[in-house]
Structure formats: structure tokens, C-alpha cells
Design a protein around this ligand. Sequence first.
Ligand SMILES: N[C@@H](CCC(=O)N[C@@H](CS)C(=O)NCC(=O)O)C(=O)O
Length: 331
Amino acid sequence: MKPYRVIGIESSPYAVKVRSVFRYRRIPHLWIARMPQFFDETEHVRPLIMPVVQYPDGVYRTDSTSIIRDLEGRHMNGRSVIPEDRGQALLVDLIEDMADEWFTKCVFHYRFNAPTDRVAGAAWGMDDAYPDVDANMLGDLVDKFVARQVERMPLVGCIPTNAPLIEDSYLRLIEILEGFVATDRFLFGTRPSTADFAICGQLSTLAGDPTGGAIQRAIAPRTRHWVMRLTDCSGVEGEWSTKVSPLVCALLDLAGRIYLPFLVANATAIENGETEISVALDGRLYRQPVFGYQVKCLNALRKSFDALSTGDREGLDPLLDQAGCLTYLVG
Ligand SMILES: N[C@@H](CCC(=O)N[C@@H](CS)C(=O)NCC(=O)O)C(=O)O
């Protein structure tokens, strides 16, 4: 079989997430740094987001979450990244989604808020994408990228009034993880789940940026090392835990305070024909233009929750209820 080709750049959270899953799953693949010689072949891909994965049959696909689910069915080699316990699998979906859709705001905020971060973050991405250009041309590419990304900040809620909430959620995530990495190997046992890899993707980008990285070094150094280890777990052999760890519960608490009320406020605003979300999250007013894709995220979570049996929900509902998540999932 031809190997899969994972096309992305090192500073992309989703590219690191997908590559880490391929490595852990021992699925033969090539990592293709997305340089100009590879631009043409993916030009037709829509939406053109990173990473793009070319399958052995030549087809190109995007969207980390759906690619990872698709690989589950194609490669049943005992190295799944989704627990067999359906209740735990739902928690994995929720935490993965929160990493992809909420913690990515932390990446965007720290990367494009302060001028020094902007230049360093953009230079990392542009240098990987255009390693053959001279320093002047690289400087132009960095300026253009910074201008484009700074313009997009309000679209994802990265505005000054939201900054305290976004920063606080980053600090809480890494504080929770710091308490956890010394006692447990991964979120759901001694083997990693796609929720671990989603967090790894976002935190690896933050680790490489000046402010996000300095914060990790200062208050969560062991989490930073954990993130680095997660990028290559090809040698890990482990088991799923039968119990849900208190640290997963702490992450669910964040989902109940911030992520799920945000998703529901977004869906409600769209349903009411509004163009902006304005919602209190964890006691702070949060505002952002509505985002269609995130309605799909909420619907997918609710559909998975709805599909659980009474038996699956017996142990799960009290956990979700205690974390303040249950009401948002029953729709
Ligand atoms: N939901 C997608 C998100 C992928 C994504 O947004 N990737 C970023 C790079 S990290 C991107 O390509 N953004 C489009 C752009 O910058 O034009 C996934 O999970 O793969």
C-alpha cells in the first residue's frame, strides 16, 4: 500500500494533531512540509485548510476530526484513539472538540496579540512554508501574513474585551494538565486518545511561540514535556482506564463553564437570525460574530450523546451533570 501523505506545516495545531495520530497508530505515512512545490497539487481542495491528507488512492481530505474517525474504520490494528467504552468515547469527542474550537482561540490570541509574538509566530509558519527565500522576501511574507491574521482576529473572538477570558482558559487548561501529567500517562489511561492529540496540537503551537511558550515554561513545564512526548507515541503500548480520572472531570468543568455555553449561544444566535453572539461565559461577557461550522460541532456532539444507551448513560450522566455539561448536551 502506498503511504498516506500528511501535508502541513509544523506550526499548525491541526497538522501536528493529525501527524501525531498517524505516528501513534503506526499507519504508514509521509510528512510533507507544505512548500511552494506542493501548492499546485492541493489548489483544488475545498476548504483549503491544513492539514491536507492524501490517501493511498490519491484522494485529498481535510478536517482532522473526520480524518481521524475515518482512519479508525480503515485501520483496525488495535491502536485506536477512541476508547471502546461509549461513555468515555463521548467525553473524548467533547474534549477534542473543545481543544479544536476553543483552545485554538488561545493560540490565535497569544500568537497575534503582541507585536513580538506576531512576528515570531508568522516567521515560524512562513519560514517552514518558504524555506528557500532570502531574508527580505521572508520579511515581506511575514508582514503580509501578520496583516491577514490580525484582520481575522475579531472573527474568532480575539478582541481585547475577550482577552481576559481567553487567557484565563489557557492558564486553567495548563494548570489542570500540570497536576495530571505527573500522575497519569494520558487522559483516558496509559494509551493516548484523540482528545490528548487535539490538546497536543494546540499546545505544541503555543509552546513554540514566545508568550504562550514562556507561560508554559513558567507554570506548566511538565505539561510542555508531555506535549512534546505526545507528538511521537509510536512506541507506546497501553490500556484504556476503566475509571474517568478527576482531571478529565476538571476538563469537563471547563467545557461546562465555557465551551458548551459558547456553542449553544452560537447556535441560538444563528437560529434567531442574529449575526453576533453575546453571552456570559464563566462570569464574563463574551462577544463574537456567529460561526456556522460550530453549529455542526454542537449537533455532532448532541447526536453522539443521543445515540448512547441507557446503560452507557448510567455512569456518564452524573459526571456530565456535576460538570454542568448535561443540560447543553440534551438539546
Ligand atoms: N477543523 C479543521 C481546522 C483546520 C484549520 O483551521 N487549519 C488552519 C491552519 S492551523 C488553516 O488551514 N486555516 C486556513 C487559513 O489560514 O487560511 C481541522 O480540524 O482540521
